[in-house]
Design a protein around this ligand. Sequence first.
Ligand SMILES: [Zn+2]
Length: 260
Amino acid sequence: MYLASLSWSKAAEIGNGGEIVAVLPMGSLEEHGPLGPLGTDHIIPHEMARRIEERIPNKALILPTLPYGVTPALAGFPGSVDIGYEALCAVLKGCVDAVLRCGVKRFLFLNGHGGNTAAIDTAALYLYHKGGQAAEIDWWVLCGQLRPEWMCGHGGGVETAVAMAIKPDWVHMEDLFESRVVHLSPRLKNVHIHNVEFEGASVKMVRDVVDSIPSGDAGYGDSPSRANAALGADILDAVTDYTVRFIEEFSKANLGAGRQ
Ligand SMILES: [Zn+2]
């Protein structure tokens, strides 16, 4: 069920059984390469949550999607919004407190953006210390674990494909151009957004992405050129199926296990 659809008096009763899992779809509004929409990171968890609600309406309590996140290194690209770690922590704790007041102690952060993880960890432990338990599913990590060929880079083929499956009019394949990466030296080559490779090992060297990857797509082997809506639909089905099964198991977990 959707939290936003309930009256406060109905919301007060939803936690009575103790098994319902609150689900917060969340992401970011940020650049996704030359052809991906700014909304990629939040439209995907939003669609997953919509499907979860259809499948298990009595096990999942869906909160409104949070479209903004923590993305300071991408803020140099027009249209990207960075609300910062403190702001996201405050919002997440507010959501946690709200569902606790409904008697709900299980919380799933259904996340579409890596920069949100530190704030999610903070809110998750906050909930734990109030007797609850949180889980975080990063769908783009999950899909690479389900199928190696679905390994995902920022603004790459996987993200673009899933965005196409949800919002075909928002992806413009005709805008595809060669990815540009600016290496710091011939032996310090960018191998991920904030990592360079030196003598076979990886070292973190943070820069504004507009300086290191001016094209904005950081697929590193996951090129946006491989995106198509059928691929995106398969990935969306697989990550949603997994998440539904996870919620069913999470709803039965013993939240008192091991607590001191
Ligand atoms: Zn993304």
